[in-house]
Design a binder for this molecule. Structure first.
Ligand code: ZN
Length: 161
């Protein structure tokens, strides 16, 4: 990269992650790894609602999927089925893992994976452009899954929603 402003910005961004944390985002400063996942999901849902009002449908869909996945990860860690440091790289695999510990049925997990694939193909490669109806229904799906999986946990009082 020739432009030194860009290089400087990259340097600064790198340093910002190395410094000891201050002005931490409110609501996320929890100790337990499972609660970090939970609270991040809560925040993503809140962000999706705001962005929906602004008409940013593609980002709403993306945030909704991430909120669903963070919520599933929260339960995997909460239920002792996953270590906090584990990273599940495949979306399909994450949805399967949720089914394996009985958070929902195999068919439901498969449908989530299919939905993710459909969205990936249509939204991101511009074969289709995100619509308001898609954004609204994804936000609703994420909200329902979040409420259901968090409600069945022992720490539902930790939910920010
Ligand atoms: Zn929540």
């Amino acid at each position: 990269m020739e432009n030194s402003d860009v290089t400087d910005a990259l340097d600064e961004a790198g340093r910002s992650f190395e410094r000891s944390p201050e002005n931490v985002e409110e609501g996320l400063d929890v100790e337990e790894a499972e609660l970090v996942q939970l609270r991040r999901a809560c925040r993503l849902l809140a962000a999706a609602s705001r962005l929906l009002d602004d008409g940013y449908y593609t980002v709403v869909i993306e945030s909704s999927f991430v909120a669903i996945e963070r919520t599933i990860q929260f339960r995997l860690v909460h239920d002792g089925a996953m270590s906090a440091s584990e990273v599940i790289r495949s979306h399909r695999r994450l949805y399967q893992r949720g089914a394996e510990i009985g958070l929902y049925g195999d068919a439901f997990g498969e449908r989530l994976a299919e939905l993710w694939n459909q969205n990936r193909t249509k939204t991101y490669y511009r074969l289709g452009i995100a619509t308001e109806a898609q954004a609204e229904s994804m936000r609703e799906l994420a909200t329902q899954i979040h409420a259901d999986l968090v409600g069945a946990s022992r720490v539902k009082h930790e939910c920010l929603c």
